[in-house]
Design a binder for this molecule. Structure first.
Ligand code: PEP
Ligand code: MG
Length: 756
């Protein structure tokens, strides 16, 4: 066995020349495997491509039987090649045939080769194929040979990704990057969108692989690394992270990686082997990921994702990637695909270009979903695996009705959806016809159908949906879109615009509900919270920081001069909190009157019922407030002890369970007893079936996303509320009703021909 003679740098140079030559794809591949074999003094070099049906097909070989090309096939996970593809890890074997995974393919004639070195062909973390060299002698391949093979694998990855090999595939067979896939997720907001993928955290794809000048690339790397280190130090010295906590731990881990000599050494080595600085970062990242991916220690897995994030930052730095300009270049029919996302991040996208949101996580009441609903964007959550398979700009269809996502859809699926869009347009036309029709049940009960909002973009919906007013204006959304605290004048301007758009319809402003998962990037508490949903949030935070609340109250009072102002307090736990806030409000009214501002002609203060403790204070509460509103998202979360943002359990319990229905009934009855209006403004108000149940329980006012008003009105026009009330009164108290309430309600709706 000869020593390695040429080295990876020469090999890369040869490959680069081959890429520039005018060759047919198969010819080019044949030349490439020959070059690799020669350079690495191997008797065999073979390249397998991973197809969309998870079969690895031999695409080119030097040394094995040439007749086997495009015929030899292995399933993902089968044989040595399948194992490499499935694990994304290299295999370096002195005696391949004694490996338990070895599978003999008679058509290849490979039985005479003993040693085997195979590496995954990776691009942006995805396996595109496998590259193998083999020798007759029993030998162990050296570390630098493994390096060389991994580096050349990047060139092949680029060839697969560029679509150059598609022509070599047999009819009906697709390569990984072209196949259609569908995902069964959960429908979180209805609507159908046809468009193109925008990955929320785009993989940076390096296309410039070969370097011209090693020293130049090393100095580019040094410079980018210097910037990266500085930016981490900068973040660490900021006052809001200077204390202990998870955020600081992550940054400390980043700092550790950014100063890691081993990382730097591996990067420099990859550059010396012929790669550009960015290609070197990608190569080392892929290797590290492949080596660490299978660790089960959660701490180490966290560190791997920290490292990934850091490597991406370094790559962005090297490639001058600017997320702002990426947003500007977004297609007009963008469908955002993300693992998970904060509500504020969604608001960073230009609304007019977003046709849908696909999440791998998420839950129906998580805030990003609520914001998407407010923006009228179809949402599918729990679409597991979509991020790994989607590429920026892939065609995609999101179906927010049945929770399906079709990536790179076939033409017949696309045609079926175009039809569905037309059908939906017809249904929307029906809802528009109902717009000015009063929301009165078949037996004459008048129901106020209000809409939830929070942004200026919501306002046109007030007219278009025919809502009777705004039942919940989430004032924190303005704060979440801003990069600093909105000033009093800006707040006042928004509130005035809302009141003007509403005309004589009522608007209920909820005071800031920040904290929990509604994080303002420019306002963090120093204390790390184990359970932020039950932490320093909403009215608790407002009472501790009265300055913040006073600014908001003043803006509300000024905006509503001379007209009715309804203020609602979130997350009330004790009646005393309402009393304390009322005092602050009264003081503000006096202050403004002294300065000749016109006060609101009618000031109403209400509380949200979303913390269970209020259920045992309902009489005191009703005496203290002018109105109440059930925040069923939070109330359900706390009653059932089920985190609304945790996808694994968020849908575990049914809101139509006897326990929760009894709670709702109790609240509706307390309102009646005290003659105080009670609304329900959680997500359950917006689904025809649950809305029907609420009316049956006695609610006469419900608030929902604007898009839900048409379907809910369509339902209630055929509803006999008294008949349903009689059925519910019995069901709610039946001890064995668990699980059957939903079925009973669906049966009732079918019998009565109520459209759900
Ligand atoms: C609720 O909790 O039901 C609610 C309406 O408030 P939010 O969803 O904003 O917490
Ligand atoms: Mg709430």
């Amino acid at each position: 066995m000869r020593e390695l003679t040429a080295g990876p740098r020469i090999l890369l140079k040869r490959l680069r020349a081959l890429m520039a030559e005018a060759l047919e794809p198969q010819e080019r591949l044949d030349h490439i495997v020959r070059e690799i074999a020669q350079n690495m003094v191997a008797e065999v070099c073979s390249f397998y491509v991973l197809r969309s049906d998870e079969i690895l097909e031999l695409y080119a070989t030097e040394g094995l039987n040439p007749q086997a090309v495009h015929l030899a096939q292995l399933r993902l996970g089968q044989g040595l090649v399948g194992t490499i593809a499935a694990t994304a890890r290299p295999l370096n074997l002195t005696d391949a045939q004694s490996h338990p995974a070895f599978t003999y393919l008679p058509e290849t004639g490979e039985e005479v080769y003993n040693s085997f070195l195979g590496v995954p062909v990776l691009r942006a973390g995805r396996t595109m194929g496998v590259l193998v060299v083999q020798n007759r002698t029993k030998r162990a391949y050296r570390e630098d040979e493994l390096e060389a093979l991994e580096t050349t694998a990047m060139v092949l990855a680029e060839m697969v990704a560029s679509g150059n090999l598609t022509r070599l595939a047999r009819p009906g067979v697709e390569l990984t990057n072209g196949r259609s896939v569908s995902f069964n997720g959960h429908a979180y907001n209805e609507g159908v969108g046809l468009g193109h993928v925008v990955l929320h955290e785009p993989r940076i794809v390096v296309t410039n692989l070969f370097n011209e000048d090693i020293e130049h690339e090393i100095s580019r790397l040094d410079e980018a690394m210097g910037f990266l280190r500085l930016s981490i130090d900068d973040m660490l010295s900021r006052r809001d992270v200077a204390m202990e906590g998870e955020h600081r731990d992550v940054l400390e881990a980043y700092r550790m990686f950014a100063h890691d000599r081993g990382w730097m050494r591996r990067l420099e080595e990859a550059i010396r082997n012929g790669l550009t600085a960015e290609a070197a970062v990608e190569k080392v990242q892929s290797d590290t990921r492949a080596r660490m991916m299978h660790l089960s220690d959660p701490y180490m897995r966290e560190r791997l994702s920290d490292f990934d994030d850091l490597a991406n930052r370094l790559m962005r730095q090297l490639m001058g990637y600017d997320p702002k300009s990426a947003a500007e270049m977004m297609a007009k029919d963008s469908i955002i695909v993300a693992r998970s996302m904060g509500a504020a991040e969604l608001l960073d996208y230009p609304r007019e270009r977003v046709r849908g949101l696909v999440l791998e996580d998420g839950a129906t009441t998580s805030h990003v979903v609520i914001v998407a609903r407010a923006m009228g964007i179809p949402v599918v959550g729990q679409a597991k695996g979509v991020v790994a398979l989607a590429e920026n700009n892939d065609a995609i269809i999101i179906d927010g009705e049945d929770g399906r996502v079709h990536l790179r859809p076939q033409t017949d699926v696309e045609a079926a959806y175009a039809e569905k869009v037309r059908f939906r347009a017809k249904r929307q036309a029906l809802y528009r016809e109902l717009r000015d029709k009063p929301a009165v049940t078949k037996d004459g009960k008048s129901i106020a159908l209000l809409m939830n909002g929070g942004l200026i973009v919501d306002l046109p919906q007030l007219k278009e949906s025919g809502a009777d007013g705004v039942g919940l204006f989430r004032t924190e959304l303005q704060f979440m879109v801003a990069s600093t605290f909105p000033r009093s004048g800006q707040q006042e301007k928004l509130y005035r615009a809302v009141l003007e758009a509403a005309g004589d319809k009522p608007v209920t402003f909820r005071t800031l509900d920040i904290g929990g998962d509604k994080v303002l990037p420019y306002f963090r508490s120093n204390a790390h919270e184990e359970n932020p949903a039950m932490g320093w949030r909403a009215i608790r935070l407002a009472l501790d920081r009265p300055g913040l609340m006073r600014t908001q109250l003043r803006a509300l009072l000024k905006a509503a001069g001379g007209r009715e102002l309804r203020i609602m307090l979130p997350m009330v736990t004790e009646v005393a909190e309402v009393r304390a806030t009322r005092e602050i409000i009264e003081r503000e009214v006096n202050y403004l009157t002294r300065f000749d501002y016109q006060p609101p002609c009618n000031l109403k203060i209400g509380a949200m019922i979303e913390v269970p403790s209020l259920l045992w204070q309902l009489d005191e509460l009703m005496n203290e407030v002018d109105f109440a509103s059930v925040g069923s998202n939070d109330l359900f979360q706390f009653i059932m002890a089920v985190d609304r943002g945790n996808a694994q359990i968020a849908d575990r319990f049914d809101q139509l369970s006897p326990a929760f229905l009894r709670v709702l009934l109790q609240i509706a009855e307390a309102g009646k007893r005290h003659n105080k209006p009670v609304t329900l403004c959680g997500e359950m108000a917006g689904k025809p079936l649950t809305a029907m149940m609420l009316i049956g329980l006695g609610f006469r006012s419900i608030s929902m996303s604007a898009a839900a008003i048409g379907p809910v009105k369509n339902m209630l026009l055929s509803l006999d509320a008294a008949a349903l009330n009689a059925i519910l009164a019995e069901l709610v108290h039946r001890p064995d009703a668990n699980g059957s309430i939903r079925e009973n309600l669906v049966r009732f709706a079918n019998e009565q021909q109520i459209p759900l």
